[in-house]
Design a protein around this ligand. Sequence first.
Ligand code: ROI
Length: 161
Amino acid sequence: MIQVYIGLGSNLENPIAQLDRAIESLKAHKDLHQVRISSIYGSKPVGPQDQPDYINAAATFMTELSPLTLLDLLQNIEQAQRRVRERHWGPRTLDLDLLLYGQETIQNSRLTVPHAFMLERGFVMQPLSDLAPDMLLANGKTVTEQLHQLDTSDLVFIKEE
Ligand code: ROI
């Protein structure tokens, strides 16, 4: 079994409900075990600013699925919620990003793990620190240490899952 961390984000069509629904799908899936969810946060968009604020969270679970099978599963959940994604770095109904797959580094046409931008993004590191504050990252820092180097002034706590 591998421990996986994913990021969840939405900024269209009732984002909190989008995340709640995605969380239900993760918890109900037979191949994902011991699913845990961070608190849910509001955040300002990174990238183009002319889009609604985001709702973000993180999840962790244990699985025996391969990275690409897991990616298919996450993309199926996105599609089931009719993911709209009009432009690169534009608004979306549901984004499920594979952040960490055990200790593995993965680099292929569909997947880069660890996620390329996770260390710089407060909307990823804050929920990750809810789940695993003391986990060591590839740069030798803990999640909490990394988080403290970021500007998180745009994050607002919304609710505990
Ligand atoms: N910005 C925020 N705050 N949250 C996201 O989930 C998010 N996702 C994205 C981009 C467009 C980079 N910006 C984001 O994909």
